[in-house]
Design a protein around this ligand. Structure first.
Ligand code: SF4
Ligand code: SF4
Length: 62
């Protein structure tokens, strides 16, 4: 089980994490990214972390 945290203060709303998440569990809301789906579906692929240029996304396992 992975936990994805998106810091809304750091998010600049580019949408890259949402568009590139293979599990489609991220969404845009009020111009910021957030987790919308079930974190149990997260693959832990770290794509959301690597595409984010502002360091807003944190992925932890456990
Ligand atoms: S780690 Fe991968 S599957 Fe999980 S939220 Fe990020 S992009 Fe989606
Ligand atoms: S990639 Fe980063 S800056 Fe872009 S929407 Fe996702 S969290 Fe926000």
């Amino acid at each position: 089980m992975y936990t994805v945290t998106i810091d809304r203060d750091k998010c600049e709303g580019c949408g890259e994490c949402v568009e590139n998440c293979p599990a489609s569990i991220l969404e845009m809301a009020d111009g910021k990214a957030q987790v919308s789906g079930d974190l149990e579906d997260c693959l832990g692929c770290e794509t959301c972390v690597s595409v984010c240029t502002t360091g807003a996304v944190t992925l932890t396992e456990g």
